[in-house]
Design a protein around this ligand. Sequence first.
Ligand code: 6PG
Length: 637
Amino acid sequence: MNLKDIYIIFGVSGCGKTTLGRELSTILNIPFYDADNFHPEPNIKKMSEGIPLEDNDRAPWLQVLADRIADWSKEKGAVLACSALKQEYRDKLQSIDHRYIKWIFLEASYETILKRLEARQGHFFKKELLVSQFDTLEQPKQGICINVEQSIEKSITQIKLKLNMSKSQLGLIGLGVMGKSLSKNILSRGFSLSVYNRQVENKEVDIAKHFVDEQPNGSHVLGFDDLSSFVNSLEEPRTIMIMVNAGKPIDLVIESILPLLSKGDCLIDGGNSHYKKTLEREQLVSRLGIHFIGTGVSGGEEGALKGPSIMPGGSKEAYMRSGKFLEAIAARDKNDNSCCTYIGPGGAGHYVKMIHNGIEYGEMQLLAEIYHFLRFYGNKTPEQISDVFESWRINRKDSFLLEITADILRKKEGEEFLIDKILDKAGQKGTGGWSTVSALEIGMPLSTISEAVMARNLSGMKSERETASEIYNLKPSIAIDDEELLNTLEKAFYATSIINHAIGFDLISQASQEYQWNLNLSEIARIWTNGCIIRGHLMEQISVLFKDSDSISLLLLPEIVEILKTDITKLTDIVSIAMRAGYSLPVMSAAANYFLTYTSKQSSANMIQAQRDYFGAHTYQRIDAPLTEYFHTNWKN
Ligand code: 6PG
């Protein structure tokens, strides 16, 4: 015989069994029964007098209910509200095949229930019985658990999702800053969503559960810390977005989720992954018939929440399956079209995001340099510079980065500007550097972007910059007539050559430490003094200079300091004269910039740190606090 489902909603008195049960029965269009109405007369009398029921009082009552459950399941099915506090009571009610009874336990704290009972009137249950209810309650072994400290509507959604009466359209793994914001975005567009976050003792505890609790009424969201239940809660074929840190964490997630997936499911990596890794991952999962999309998601926390720009790459088939979700959650352009489009196969999406970030590096550095120049050369206050930037915004040059930089410059702590307090060492996560590597691999120029990356790298050499700044103590001069121009050019050439060599040797020296190669710089210089393309007088000198001190940068050796102390101003003169005349000198100006930054105590990287903190909460260190401490500011207040 075909049995119908019986939904038994159970928990202590006052937890909302009747209200929720009635609501569920209306939605399912099946009858609702309250187990209290099946108590024999003596039990009702006892309860109204505040006398707790004994187990032998309950036995006939439970038997009646068990019989009725068997009858109801042969009819339309039913929703039954029943306290069923002990496991043995539940066992007695289980009068039919266990698959047809859906146990729904309503969970709430003693304090919550007490408050509810105090507010409630006209019910025969006395609140004094509550203590005995909680004492009797045995945690259920079967069914689902619903926290009733949320709205009825939300509880119903949870019941439907948990009992697989409806499955989520989308899954999201990783509730960090971006994952949370993207999840809220997905929910706000009306999609049903399952979220998963791992449990890490004392670090990531009940993240998914808390996220669900924080969502507004009516949100179709389920939280999991168990990957298998998370996967089971999703509509097939499944679409799962992975929002964990790029690198190993992505591989770990893929490794653990793959055995749980079915052919046709689609994984979307929304982090800043390297495009070559994305291609490898796609090849790995596609062997199992699973789709893989590697997508750039840009816009920081606010963008993820309100609508980011999305750059998905992977197979066309994968995009046809899951692209609609991405298009729906993306920002809109001025014609109301989605700021998400299929980019191309394999790692194309992540490649495009990488170059996006490269441009971002360049724009940020550009603004940082202008701020720095105006602050120290122009002697302007941060507020005055902010006014300059604001005037550019009005003058049809507005951009997000210009806007936030103007904001940053107005931020004060007491009487002082916060920008002056931020350590000028810029952080980075890799995308700018990857862009540079890619440009080198395919033989394309990437001057501003790679210069911006190098500016960040150089900003990191804070103490060496301080030393160099003291050693050189530069006072710039300006060259004017023709004869002087030629003399100046010769010296500028030599200065550039020294700097160029120094940069190369510094990299070798650094790589030697990094990979523990124990390289001998003097020997390398020596074997380059003849036969090779870069042989010459300078190389002869370098091999000698490095003989005794090859662990120190060329630019800090006294003989080199002697030369550059005078010649560097010739280099800067040439660069400025050339630029004023409209000629570019990429290597010379890059060398001049390198040297001037290398010898500056205070760089512009404090601004980069402020910008990163403003839009991405990447935090910064302070000059007036221990370097082990990281700070975050709410820049808008
Ligand atoms: C974006 C940003 C974002 C992130 C940067 C930070 O497009 O929303 O680029 O992805 O904030 O990757 O990069 P760095 O830490 O390298 O500055």
